[in-house]
Design a binder for this molecule. Structure first.
Ligand SMILES: Cc1ncc(COP(=O)(O)O)c(C=O)c1O
Length: 404
């Protein structure tokens, strides 16, 4: 059993710096599944990122991972900026108190309306993903009599070792631009003159990366592009190393994931220092995944000749990751059923899809009973933000914040 989650007698506890908490107490009184957020890991991880990259770096939290208002406010209080991907997220970031100077707008398909929102009072940086987008930004900035600060998202063609659905810096991905785009981008910068200013480069090669080598390779492949634009006289200010570093969903082994951030920073900082630029980073999952627990109740146990099913009041409509890319999450009962031995089952949801599985061949601590609560761990990133109302189930998950 891991350190952060452990059983005292039959009850599941969450270890925290101030006081360990019995999770059952949070479930009592709830009538539907809900996400419970503990902001302590988020805070610890943000501080780790800041200490690894140094005070002169700017860490922009990738709010697509979890845009709950309390998490955004905590990010702001910790001095992070924000990496957003839509006008909706921009508005949420404003509501949480981020200034426009703290905002970076990423994403491959920014609408005219969203760009107008970003440019009416210009935000710190817009990450550009195609020449057509740069052209649109230039036109909008001109009509608003503003100057757009842009960074080009470079596609370094690195085939990162992660699920293909979350690989983003490979030549076949829709994201970023490779060197074949450089002449056209240079022409467009000239054409849009004072309405567009190139201030940096950015890259992302994917998410849930467990090996730093590809991230370092991507940075090294992007450095010549930085020099190319600097040599053309563009006076770039920042180099954005992206996010993507993963967590170990199979255990509470924080050490290796903390070391990964350290190693990445140690390997890229000297190279970027020689460029004389400011480092930006855009982590999401690393900061917030460990902060979330999805708590759900058993509706039914169904035993067939082939499998046992534990059917919950939550599923792919609340946590899509397992059905979308067979992502793994540990699942633990809040109360061990010690009277029976371990119980092998598929933990599934109520949605009318066979892919609505939260865990395959899960070995639970004893056979659960109807009404028992289960905890699905490490669901702080890409959990509630991806929820839908498919089958017209409620997506209004009750969310508790900050367990102190
Ligand atoms: C725009 C953007 N921001 C941030 C990230 C990193 O997200 P995470 O750190 O959650 O993997 C990515 C990943 O590809 C991205 O494309």
């Amino acid at each position: 059993m891991s350190e952060r989650f452990y059983y005292k007698g039959e009850d599941l506890f969450l270890a925290r710096s101030s006081q360990d908490l019995e999770l059952k107490k949070f479930a009592d009184g709830h009538e539907q599944a809900f996400y419970l957020y503990d902001l302590e890991p988020f805070e610890e991880r943000a501080q780790h990122y800041i200490s690894c990259f140094g005070p002169e770096a700017r860490i922009h939290y990738a709010m697509k991972a979890n845009s709950h208002p309390e998490i955004l406010k905590r990010a702001r209080d910790l001095g992070l900026g924000v990496d957003l991907v839509s006008g909706g997220e921009l508005q949420k970031a404003l509501n949480a108190g981020f200034s426009r100077e703290q905002m970076i707008f990423s994403g491959v398909g920014k609408s005219k309306k969203d760009l107008e929102l970003a440019l009416q009072d210009p935000i710190s940086q817009i990450n550009v993903e195609s020449p057509m987008e740069l052209d649109r930004i230039g036109e909008i900035a001109k009509s608003l009599k503003k100057c757009a600060r842009v960074a080009f998202r470079y596609n370094p063609n690195v085939n990162a070792d992660t699920h293909p659905y979350i690989r983003t810096g490979f030549k076949e991905n829709k994201f970023g631009m490779d060197e074949s785009f450089l002449p056209e981008l240079t022409d467009l910068l000239k054409r849009h003159g004072e309405n567009v200013r190139l201030v940096g480069l950015t890259l992302h090669i994917g998410s849930q990366l467990l090996n730093v080598d590809s991230s370092v390779e991507a940075v090294e492949k992007t450095i010549p592009v930085y020099r190319y634009f600097n040599d053309l006289g563009h006076k770039l200010e920042s180099f954005d190393v992206g996010g993507g570093l993963g967590i170990d969903y199979h255990s509470d082994n924080y050490e290796s994931e903390f070391q990964r951030v350290e190693e990445f920073a140690r390997r890229v900082r000297p190279q970027l220092k020689s460029l004389g630029c400011r480092i930006f980073a855009e982590p999401g999952r690393f900061l917030v995944a460990r902060s979330g627990i999805l708590l759900a109740q058993v509706e039914y146990i169904k035993k067939t000749a082939y499998k046992n099913f534990v059917i919950l009041n939550t599923g792919m409509h609340h946590l899509m990751r397992p059905s979308l890319y067979k992502a793994y999450h540990r699942i633990l009962p809040l109360k061990k059923r010690a009277e029976s031995s371990s119980f092998l089952c598929d933990v599934v949801g109520p949605v009318c899809e066979s892919s609505d599985v939260l865990g395959y061949d899960v070995s639970l601590e004893g056979e659960p009973q109807q009404g028992d609560w289960l905890a699905i761990l490490d669901t702080g990133a890409y959990g509630a933000v991806m929820a839908s109302s498919y089958n017209s189930f409620s997506r209004e998950l009750e969310v508790c914040i900050d367990l102190t």
